[in-house]
Design a protein around this ligand. Sequence first.
Ligand code: SF4
Ligand code: SF4
Length: 240
Amino acid sequence: MTNLPSVFLGLNTLERVYGIFQRKTGQFAAACQKGCSHCCTCNVTLTSLEAAFIFARLDQAGIEALEKRISAAKDGPRFRPALTTNGFAAACMSQDKVPEEENDPSWGPCPLLENGMCSIYPVRPLGCRNMVSKSSCGKTGYADMPPMALTLNNLFLQYVEGMDTCGFSGNLTDMLDLYITAGAAVGPGGSAPLYLSFEKLQDFDKKGVFIGNRPVPAWMIPPEHRDVAVPVLKELNTAG
Ligand code: SF4
Ligand code: SF4
């Protein structure tokens, strides 16, 4: 585990990246409002840096509430990714077969949902932030995301993974449970959350449910979206 000071800059940069994401994609969330939570399933994924961010920004009461919720949800089925976003991009580039992944929204709601609202909303990961829709999912049964929203979602997912190449990715419940089990949620003295690197993961991950993060092999930006996406990328590169 690494003490927070060495990832402190990464957490601050992540916060700025979340802010840029909100500014660039808020327009696609016309139907999203407080209390709408059809998209909050137990299948959300995140990076280890984002998990460190959650624990670093929650207060002690927030961490204790999160621990109870995660502990009660540990045994249910949930989506476990076989590839990260950058792993997927690399597989596409090399024309490798992309492994099949099982993902079923009926596996249930996110354990961090409380009375239809997110109990960690200000610090939720990108996998939650990028669920947006222009019309109500409750009425249509699906999220209405224009192609540009998908492109920007992928761009930000690739960027955040690329910020955390010492780390790894996985399901939100698995990841938060790992941080709690490893004692990384609350560090020595009870106040200093820690960051788990991929190197240290092997000491704690008995189930093998996480995958190492990768650098960006190439940006998944369709030619018709370059005029919007490239300036966003330039802005991201000044976020650090
Ligand atoms: S993506 Fe759909 S379910 Fe989620 S908040 Fe927006 S409208 Fe509601
Ligand atoms: S962490 Fe929050 S926003 Fe994300 S799926 Fe869970 S309840 Fe929804």
